[in-house]
Every structure is written in structure tokens, then in C-alpha cells.
Design a binder for this molecule. Structure first.
Ligand code: FAD
Length: 690
């Protein structure tokens, strides 16, 4: 028996030893709270990780879709690609804001994974705000990757590229073109063509759709992916919270973020945190049939917001009541519009585009761009939820046939609610709310060139905006711009106008929980490079027809003030244009006053395009007619500024300038072009166009 006992003892020791060996000592370690660990090294930290490889690894993704987006379209396309890649090809996709990651480790991007780049080009061939850092990094002579130092550090990277641009700009789609060149040079391999969408020709959506099919095909072959029948899979869970009601203090009724929900406004105020600013004053600069123009003064004295002349202010819009109602009704949400919902991403990388819990009404009114042009692909997606077989067929046809889509939807300028109800009166109650959140872009702020001088009124920002109203030929309805009509409604209310709901559009003017009462509007300021010379004695030439005059009112206001203060102010020349003297001449009386300060140093040329119907006159003509003056000023180191319509005016002004330099300096066209180009690159020629 003693042997037995010894045996047992030996066995026990051996057993303990092997447990220790196989468990690597974990039984002896201090017990860890798995929750504590994951919140320390896990979610809390990793959520904010700027390491894209780590992020993909941890969330089980093999395809990242980066976007550089300014107005939300590139972001929207990125989401759509992510969705399609997952539902049709089983890729594990995620979208990524370029701003949220670092790129030193792009050289370690695994061979079996994929990166997409959806890149908008902004302004004069510039990256969008969220792509600035990425662009600086990648376009450096030799980007400092963490591991590889060889010639082709991105040899493992497979990528897909699509650009969003506007062919009326000189640097058409320069972001995607530039990036494609750089990535190729660094050894990365592109799959499919580098797509280019053209906003200038109005074909962005069709360009995108036409590009992506062959791209998916190539991708499929390259990666050995199998296509499957795609049916809709929601990205978000939308849970109705019966136990909550909309008066609960933690329910968002349109408040942009937690600060605002909790009732305090804390700076800094920026693109994710607006300041709810009082409107100091609002008026109409002119009103003629179907056209009016607003001048609005926004008081930022209660905030730490600063601006300098030439900056932009962003207005956070609210949808018109009539459109919110139309949408709610079309999708069968009438009875539950004020129910509280909690929206969550079903995947850790899916971002809910608005704060929740909220209500259907608040999400639609404050956060979704429900009036925008409809995407053809979205019509196709909605087909599966149509209220009848016929409607489903029709939606499929609209969604897959671009001519038919044009005829039935685009030519009528329908928004999504109008588009679906034109197919079937509805209600389209089977459409999951998640599908609407995904298919409709989040509402975008609208920028305005500040039309006041920060020297004259540092805490009062003015904007000059034409109210958007487009009568659609043949369709029998008028498309109303979201933000400008909201501003018009604020102006009507502030001035006690007899018709406080312009064109029957009512707005929730007092905002969520009446927080905007007393005529307030949410805003933030974005700094721009569109700036007066720091030395006021330098001459300036400004070209700004229509509302393009906005920043130049600020410029002239500033120079008049400098003159008043006894500073030496240089020649100040403005080329302005509008339709008629008596109709839409902006700030007609103010210019006289500035003239009294600036004297002969202020020269204004007015081109009235419709005064003489046989001979339309535009700013371009006035510039040509004064080529000697313009050239002389340029030779005296004048800055040259253009603001307003990007599609025609700005380009034509560029051409006129080339011509006049050729003529006045007696140089060939190529040389004149070279001169204008170098004026642009040295910041002498500045544009603020939209
Ligand atoms: P939106 O609702 O955005 O509609 C605009 C247009 O889109 C409509 O008129 C229509 O043509 C089209 N559209 C809308 N819905 C549909 C549909 N369903 N189908 C087809 N087409 C549709 N503007 C100024 O007036 N003054 C300024 O000083 C100024 N400065 C700017 C500075 C910058 C840097 C930028 C980028 C823009 C600037 N703008 C300025 C333009 C301004 O930002 C807005 O775009 C403009 O006021 C229209 O906004 P909205 O919300 O009223 O119209």
C-alpha cells in the first residue's frame, strides 16, 4: 500500500507539473477580470486606435474603404461599396475616414486584404479637409513607412480607386489621379480602372455605377471571390424603446451632440459641434418674381468663435416640415414618428450617423438629406420592399436602366419620397429604417463666404445668399433649396412678415426642445486661404458677379475701414455683375459709402447682363475692356481674386486673363498661360468658387 501511496503522490506531482506546463502558469497568475482587461487594452483603447491594420484584424475585416469626403458624396459611395462588397462578394468590409488613421504601416498591409480609396478633389486640386494629413504623408518624396525602405514599399498592397471631381476645374480629379500614380510608383497594385466621376457634367452617379461593375469583375477574378445573390442586410439595428418617451431628457430630439442635449454649449465650435447663434439681423437684398437674396447677420459674441475676412461660415440646416411629412408618410412612419428608437451598428465598424436614442421624426428632420437627388442604385435596393409586385418590377427597371431612371426620376428632380410615391402611392412600410439611414446621406452643412470684415465687426458674421428655387420644366413643381429656404423662414419670422412660411414650407424654427427659440441658427466657422494681402497698400482686383460678391463686400468693407484709420490702402478694383440695375444689384447703396472712404482708390465695374437684351454683358467683358488697367495692377503686384460660379464664370475669367496678359505683354499664349499658372501657385490668383 505504501507504494500505492507513493505512486499516487508521484502521479499527483507529475499531474500538477503538466497542468502548470500546459496552462503556462495561468492558474498561478493573479486572476484577471476579463472585462477590465478588455476595457483597458481592448475596446476602449482599440476603438480609438489609429492603426488600421490592428483595427481590421480585431474586427475581422479584409477590406477597408477609405474616403476623402467634403460634402458627403464620397463617404456615401464608400458606404455603398462596403455594403455591396459584403452582400455580393462576401468581403468583410469597413469604411474608414482618412482622418482617423495613420499610414506609416501601409507597407505592412497584408497581401490577402484590400484597400479602396474613394477620393473627392476639392477646390483647386486640393484634398478634402479630412484627407489633408493622409495626402501630405503619401505624396512626400519618400513617405516614411515604418518597415520597408526599399523602392517598392507597398508591394503587398492591392487597391481600388475612385475619384469625385468636377471637369470645370483645371485640376479635374487630381486627387485620385495623383494618388493612383503615387501608389503605383510605390509598388502597389491597382485592381480595375481608377474611376472618375464628374460633377461638372452632372454624371457623377452614372459614372460611379458604370465604373463599379467592371471593377467588381476584375476584383472577383483577382481575389477568387464568388458572387452570390445579394439581398438586403441591415447595417444597423433599430429598436423601438417602448419604455421611453420623447420627453425623456436623454432622448435626442435633434440636438447635434451630448453637450447640446445636456443644455450647455461648450466650445470649441467646429464641424462636429455647432454654436447655436442668435440672428442679429436679417433682410432681403432684393425680391423679384421667383428670386430673392438674403443678408443675414449672425451674432457670435456669446462664443469664442473668431473669423478673419474671407473665411466661410457653415449653416446647419433643418429640413422643411412639408418634406419631413412627405417622407414620414411615404415610408409609413406616421403613427410612430415620435416613438423613441435606439440605433446601433450591427458591426463594430458601422457608425450611426446621428446620436441616439432619438425619434424617427428627429432623425429625418435634423439628420437626413431627404430632399437631395435620388441615387439610381438606391431605387434598385428599395425594389425588394415595394408594396406590390408591379411596383417592384418598376423599381427594378428604374434601378437598372439609366435612361429610364432619367425619364422617371432625375428629369423631374424628385427627392426620394417623391420618387417612390410616383411609382406606388405607398405607404412603403416594409422598408427597414436601417435601409433608409444607409441609403440617404446624412444632412450636410452648407458653407457661405462671409460677407463682412472681421476688422469692422469681429463678432458679427454676415452672409449673402440667394434663395434656391428651381421651377422644374414640365414637372409642375419647384425644388426648394434646403438651407436657403430655412434661412428665409428665419428671416420672415424675425421680421414678423405676413407669410412666415415661405412657399408653404414650415420649419421647426424653435429647434429641438425650443433651444433655437428667439431666432437662433446652428453654425461653425471654417478658416480659408482666401485672404487679403497682409500689406493693405498692395492693390487688389476682385471678380465677383452675383453672390460671388459676398467675400468682396467684406474685403472692401475692411479696406474702407483701414483707409478711415489713416492706413495707406492700395487700389481696390471690383468687377461686379448682375442682371439689372434696378433688380438685383447687391449692396447698391453701400458702395457709395465705401467710396467716400477709399476715394479714387475704389473702382467698381458693373456688368448688367440684361439691361441690353441684344448685347449681354458679363464681368468677363468688363475685364477684357479694361485689360490695360488689369495688367498694370498685376505688374504692381496686385492680388487677383475670383468668387462665385465655378462652372462657367471662373473658367472664363481665367481665359480672359490669359488673353489680356498675352495682349498687354505681347507674349505668346503658352507663355501667358504659364504666367497665370504661376500666379495661381504663388497665391496671387485666388479662387473661392462653388
Ligand atoms: P440645396 O438643397 O443644397 O439645393 C441646391 C440645388 O441642388 C438646388 O437648387 C437644385 O438645383 C439641386 N437640387 C436639390 N434637390 C434636388 C433634387 N431632388 N433633384 C435634383 N436637383 C436637386 N451660396 C451663396 O448664396 N452665397 C455664398 O456666399 C456662398 N458661398 C459658398 C462658399 C463655399 C465654399 C461653398 C462650397 C458654397 C457656397 N455657396 C454660397 C453655396 C451654398 O453653400 C449652398 O450650396 C446654396 O446656398 C444652396 O443651398 P441650399 O441648401 O439652399 O440648396
Amino acid at each position: 500500500t505504501s507504494i500505492d501511496t507513493l505512486d499516487i503522490l508521484v502521479l499527483a506531482v507529475l499531474l500538477l507539473g503538466s497542468i502548470a506546463y500546459f496552462t503556462k502558469g495561468t492558474y498561478w497568475a493573479v486572476p484577471k477580470d476579463p472585462y477590465a482587461t478588455s476595457s483597458l487594452n481592448g475596446s476602449a483603447l482599440k476603438k480609438g486606435t489609429r492603426n488600421i491594420l490592428e483595427k481590421m484584424e480585431e474586427s475581422g475585416k479584409n477590406c477597408v474603404i477609405f474616403y476623402g469626403s467634403q460634402t458627403g458624396t464620397a463617404e456615401d459611395y464608400a458606404s455603398r461599396l462596403a455594403k455591396e462588397g459584403s452582400s455580393r462578394f462576401g468581403l468583410k468590409t469597413m469604411t474608414a475616414d482618412l482622418e482617423e488613421y495613420d499610414y506609416e504601416n501601409l507597407d505592412q498591409f497584408p497581401e490577402d486584404k484590400l484597400a479602396f480609396f474613394v477620393m473627392a478633389t476639392y477646390g483647386e486640386g486640393e484634398p478634402t479637409d479630412n484627407a489633408v494629413e493622409f495626402w501630405e504623408f503619401i505624396q512626400a518624396d519618400s513617405p516614411s513607412f515604418s518597415e520597408s525602405s526599399d523602392e517598392k514599399p507597398l508591394g503587398n498592397l492591392k487597391y481600388v480607386a475612385f475619384g469625385l471631381g468636377n471637369n470645370t476645374y483645371e485640376h479635374y480629379n487630381s486627387m485620385v489621379r495623383g494618388l493612383d500614380k503615387i501608389l503605383t510608383k510605390l509598388g502597389a497594385k491597382r485592381i480595375g480602372a481608377a474611376g472618375e466621376g464628374d460633377d461638372g457634367a452632372g454624371t457623377m452617379e452614372e459614372d460611379f455605377l458604370a465604373w463599379k461593375e467592371p471593377m467588381w469583375k476584375e476584383l472577383q477574378e483577382e481575389m477568387g471571390l464568388e458572387e452570390r445573390e445579394a439581398s438586403y442586410e441591415p447595417a444597423f439595428s433599430v429598436e423601438e424603446k417602448e419604455e421611453m418617451n420623447k420627453e425623456d431628457p436623454n432622448v435626442y430630439l435633434g440636438e447635434p451632440n451630448k453637450n447640446h442635449l445636456e443644455g450647455s454649449q461648450k466650445g470649441p465650435f467646429n464641424a462636429s459641434n455647432p454654436y447655436i447663434a442668435p440672428l442679429a439681423e436679417s433682410k432681403e437684398l432684393f425680391t423679384v418674381k421667383d428670386r430673392n437674396c438674403l443678408h443675414v447677420e449672425i451674432d457670435v459674441s456669446g462664443s469664442n468663435i473668431n473669423y478673419t475676412t474671407g473665411d466661410h461660415i457653415a449653416i446647419w440646416p433643418t429640413n422643411a416640415g412639408m418634406e419631413v411629412d412627405r417622407f414620414i408618410k411615404a415610408f409609413g412612419l406616421e403613427e410612430k414618428r415620435h416613438n423613441v428608437i435606439s440605433v446601433k451598428g450591427l458591426d463594430p465598424t458601422a457608425k450611426v450617423p446621428f446620436p441616439t436614442p432619438t425619434t424617427y421624426d428627429a432623425a429625418v428632420r435634423y439628420h437626413m438629406e431627404i430632399c437631395a437627388p435620388v441615387s439610381r442604385q438606391f431605387m434598385d435596393t428599395l425594389a425588394e420592399f415595394a408594396p406590390s409586385e408591379d411596383a417592384k418590377k418598376e423599381m427594378k427597371k428604374i434601378g437598372t436602366d439609366s435612361d429610364y431612371f432619367k425619364e422617371k426620376v432625375a428629369n423631374s428632380y424628385y427627392n426620394i419620397a417623391q420618387a417612390v410615391t410616383s411609382v406606388h402611392p405607398g405607404p412603403w412600410s416594409s422598408v427597414p429604417f436601417s435601409c433608409l439611414i444607409e441609403g440617404i446621406t446624412k444632412i450636410q452643412v452648407r458653407y457661405y463666404s462671409i460677407s463682412s470684415s472681421s476688422l469692422v465687426q469681429p463678432k458679427k458674421i454676415s452672409i449673402t445668399a440667394v434663395v434656391e428655387s428651381v421651377r422644374v420644366p414640365g414637372a409642375g413643381h419647384v425644388v426648394k433649396g434646403v438651407t436657403t429656404n430655412y434661412l428665409l423662414a428665419l428671416k420672415q419670422k424675425q421680421n414678423g412678415d405676413p407669410d412666415p412660411s415661405p412657399h408653404g414650407l414650415t420649419y421647426e424654427i424653435t429647434g429641438p426642445r425650443n433651444k433655437y427659440d428667439g431666432i437662433h441658427v446652428p453654425v461653425h466657422v471654417r478658416h480659408s486661404n482666401f485672404k487679403l494681402p497682409s500689406d493693405p497698400s498692395k492693390p487688389i482686383i476682385m471678380v465677383g458677379p452675383g453672390t460671388g460678391v459676398a467675400p468682396f463686400r467684406g474685403f472692401v468693407q475692411e479696406r474702407a475701414e483701414q483707409a478711415k484709420r489713416g492706413e495707406n490702402v492700395g487700389e481696390t478694383v471690383l468687377f461686379y455683375g448682375c442682371r439689372r440695375k434696378e433688380e438685383d444689384w447687391l449692396y447698391k447703396d453701400e458702395w457709395e459709402q465705401y467710396k467716400s472712404n477709399l476715394g479714387d482708390n475704389l473702382t467698381i465695374f458693373n456688368a448688367f447682363s440684361r439691361e441690353n437684351p441684344d448685347k449681354k454683358k458679363y464681368v468677363q467683358h468688363d475685364i477684357s475692356a479694361n485689360s490695360k488697367l488689369v495688367n498694370d495692377l498685376l505688374q504692381k503686384k496686385a492680388n487677383f481674386y475670383v468668387c462665385g460660379d465655378a462652372s462657367h464664370m471662373a473658367r472664363e475669367v481665367n481665359e480672359v486673363l490669359v488673353e489680356l496678359i498675352g495682349k498687354e505683354r505681347n507674349v505668346p499664349k503658352e507663355k501667358a498661360e504659364q504666367i497665370v499658372k504661376s500666379m495661381r501657385s504663388s497665391g496671387v490668383y485666388q479662387e473661392d468658387v462653388w
